[in-house]
Write a protein that binds this ligand. Sequence first.
Ligand code: TZP
Ligand code: MG
Length: 207
Amino acid sequence: MDRELLRLYFICGSEDAEGNVVQTVREALEGGATMFQLREKGQHPLEGDALVRFASDIKRVCKEYDVPFIVNDDWKLAEMVEADGIHLGQDDVAVSDLPGYFDDKIIGLSVRDRKELEVSNLEKVDYIGTGPVFTTSSKADAGTAIGVEGLVEMRRLLGDMPMVAIGGIDDTNYKSCLDSGADGISLISAIAWAEDVGAAASRFLEE
Ligand code: TZP
Ligand code: MG
């Protein structure tokens, strides 16, 4: 994959922003987000038709901005709405068990450290998501922060593989992630909760 797509990877689900979340995504893309992931988690996640409708609406916006639309975990949903890819965690379906639809799609895998890397099959994986780099309140089971040291270590272990940093990234620390070997940053709250979503997104593109 083109590693430039990882530069500003916005992640959001229906409970991660207030008001019209499709509009939030649009503003983030207008602000320059380079990739998007639908991560539908929380207390009352959308299901069934409502989830398909929500995903389709966001996918349409992504298409308008020519930004890849990735779905977290739910490969059936991803296939149904013809997503551009899937992002899997260590406890999700194995990459090797994904249906043929994903053969030419973007496949991302979360790998936090050497131990997880040792048990991961990266054969069909296009990029690695590593973190949480910093403490986050957006994922209850994110585990302890690996810090920028963890990021540097992962870059060393991954060689040239595209890698995006995640977890607790904001405008005070994102540069340290880019300086530690990450091709880009992925964020929920620092963009989704911003007063001005588009302006917040574009600030992360400043080097
Ligand atoms: N995986 C590791 S940390 C995290 C995920 C999905 C949450 C990132 O959210 P935030 O608000 O940018 O810390
Ligand atoms: Mg997952």
